[in-house]
Design a protein around this ligand. Structure first.
Ligand code: PLP
Length: 373
């Protein structure tokens, strides 16, 4: 007998998020032993050693439930960012917080403003709530915050800005963000997703959102994650900082034990691992230049990146290139789900991984492909 209960209407239009292909699945499907993954912007140095030391010890308490609101991690984050712990919520990845924001604030037919090639999870979560998603074109592959401000209306509840953005790797300046905050209606919450903060923070003009902007603007919430510079994507921990009242609404609807016990403790330790974060950022900077140059020489149009990945126009359709690289045991990210079939996104790996990538790209491309602008 066929299943008779229809899902909510909004669900029928939703396409599931396509994560980067895993190493294990490529090994299984293609019978390859050696596979490298440059598809999910993870840390090629592995996890923060200080976090891992605590993680191993904390696992001995895994018979117990964690404290639901992650109080120690919230307090540590409060000290770290000089904000009150009540201004912080910890989530199962920043992805959970994107979901919580949509669940907390969106009624059917409310409006959400996103960028055309902005991080795709924003529009997926907003659509799930039945909201109207307004996609604003980019300028030079960068969020056009003036246009995004113009696209807001009294019905706008959320404005999502990933800064820097995934998958385009571009960023917006402090002045641009401040202008958006001024121009957006006070009833619209501006969500600034800074998953790649550490890779962009040294750029002149990049905003100091947590030290300067959050205190001044009740309608700003900033998202950060432990998945990138701290190398803890597998632990699933992200957080948001914003007005305590806003945070209170999110806290009310999160899962009772949304962040597991060893993860909470490990992230307190990760915050102290400055050396690891510095090493990560330095390696990324040097290797991103190496990858960008190598790909440029091969005929890719590589964009400037403020992140730990590069975004590039490919001489071959992105999916074709993705498949040709997979056969050589290299996983990258095609971008058709972003409406960019001619582009790929490649995470920056270790020096050895990046050399393997460039060799594999060379092999995958037809001889003497013409340079593409
Ligand atoms: C812009 C952006 N925001 C959020 C996330 C989700 O990160 P998390 O692992 O914290 O859920 C990602 C992951 O790649 C991202 O690129």
């Amino acid at each position: 007998m066929a299943f008779m209960t229809p899902p909510r209407r909004a669900l029928r239009e939703i396409f599931p998020y396509q994560p980067g292909k895993s190493i294990a699945s490529v090994q299984r499907e293609l019978g390859l032993r050696s596979v490298i993954k440059l598809a999910s912007n993870e840390n090629p140095l592995g996890p923060s050693p200080r976090a891992m030391a605590v993680y191993r010890r904390a696992g001995k308490s895994n018979a117990l439930y964690p404290e639901g609101a992650s109080p120690e991690l919230r307090a540590a984050l409060g000290r770290f960012h000089t904000v009150r712990p009540e201004s912080v919520i910890v989530g199962n990845g920043s992805d959970e917080i994107i979901r919580l924001l949509c669940e907390a604030f969106l009624e059917t037919e409310d409006e959400v403003v996103v960028s055309q090639h902005g991080f795709i999870r924003f529009k997926q979560q907003a659509a799930l709530m039945g909201a109207r998603v307004i996609e604003v074109p980019m300028t030079d592959w960068t969020h056009d915050l003036e246009l995004m401000a113009k696209a807001t209306s009294p019905r706008t509840k959320l404005v999502f800005v990933a800064n820097p953005n995934n998958p385009t790797g571009t960023y917006n300046t402090s002045d641009e963000i401040s202008a958006l905050l001024k121009a957006a209606p006070k009833t619209a919450l501006v969500v600034l997703d800074e998953a790649y903060f550490h890779f962009a923070q040294a750029i002149p003009g990049y905003p100091r959102s947590l030290s300067d902007l959050v205190a001044e603007h009740d309608n700003l919430v900033v998202l950060r994650t432990f998945s990138k510079a701290y190398g803890l994507a597998g632990l699933r921990v992200g957080y948001a900082v914003g007005d305590p009242e806003l945070v209170g609404w999110l806290d009310r609807i999160r899962m009772p034990f949304n962040v597991n016990l060893p993860a909470q403790q490990a992230c307190v330790a990760a915050l102290k691992d400055f050396t690891f974060v510095q090493r990560t950022v330095a390696l990324n900077e040097a290797q991103r230049a190496f990858v960008a140059r190598g790909m440029g020489d091969l005929g890719f149009g590589v964009g400037e990146s403020a992140t730990n990945f590069v975004f590039a126009r490919s001489p071959l359709p992105g999916r074709e290139l993705f498949k040709a690289l997979l056969r050589q045991g290299v996983i990258v990210r095609p971008l058709d789900e972003y409406g960019l079939p001619q582009f790929i996104r490649v995470s920056i790996g270790t020096p050895t991984q990046n050399k393997t990538l460039l060799k594999a790209l060379h092999k995958a491309l037809p001889r003497r492909s013409a340079a593409v602008a």
